[in-house]
Design a protein. Structure first.
Length: 204
């Protein structure tokens, strides 16, 4: 059973449907008592960094999520905004993030004459794995994922980088620190490639 945290910012039904397709049961919830029992957590998210953090505070979820991730060390997968709010800060808002990972969130900025790289970054792109990890090791080089984002993660410690993607620049599209994993792309929109990644997370 994977617990999908509902804090009003995610594409929750699509994640649950994708997990169902790979034979994994899941629960969408914002109930503290149910999250407290979680053995694996997905922290999804679509939208603004500051709004996401405000929602977590309003729903009294931060302390519990810190307990699950940092003390109980259950596997946690952050998707898109869910990855970004695991970082220390973001150029998208003035407040701090969960700070589970020593990383910052930056805005894509390209020269005006660059007609190839629009913001937001929307579409399919590749991941270049940077270390061994059960969630990516042995992936077919043709594996690609669907991205929709205007901001990207920059890890301060390169040992935390799990994968990089090139979109005008090389940015950190995945990170992993112990039980914590972040993915900037949307596995729930990435067809068979996303199914494989979610299946691997479930099996960790």
């Amino acid at each position: 059973m994977i617990t999908i945290v509902d804090y009003g910012m995610g594409n929750l039904g699509s994640i649950r449907n994708m997990l169902k397709r790979v034979g994994v049961a899941s629960l969408i919830t914002s109930e503290l008592s149910e999250i407290q029992q979680a053995s694996k957590i997905i922290l999804p998210g679509v939208g603004a960094f500051s709004t996401g953090m405000e929602k977590l505070k309003e729903m009294n979820l931060i302390q519990l999520l810190n307990l699950k991730a940092l003390e109980e060390r259950v596997p946690v997968l952050g998707i898109c905004l869910g990855m970004q709010i695991m970082c220390k800060s973001s150029e998208e808002g003035a407040g701090s993030g969960l700070a589970w990972v020593d990383a910052e969130v930056k805005k894509f900025q390209f020269p005006l004459e660059d007609n190839l790289h629009k913001v937001p970054h929307i579409g399919w792109n590749y991941i270049s794995p940077k270390k061994e990890h059960p969630i990516v090791s042995g992936f077919d080089p043709k594996t690609r994922f669907y991205f929709v984002h205007s901001y990207y993660v920059k890890c301060n410690d390169q040992k935390d980088v799990l994968g990089k993607t090139n979109y005008g620049i090389d940015f950190d599209s995945m990170f992993s620190v112990d039980n914590i994993i972040g993915a900037q792309f949307h596995p729930e929109k990435s067809h068979r490639f996303g199914m494989e990644l979610l299946k691997r997370f479930a099996e960790m």
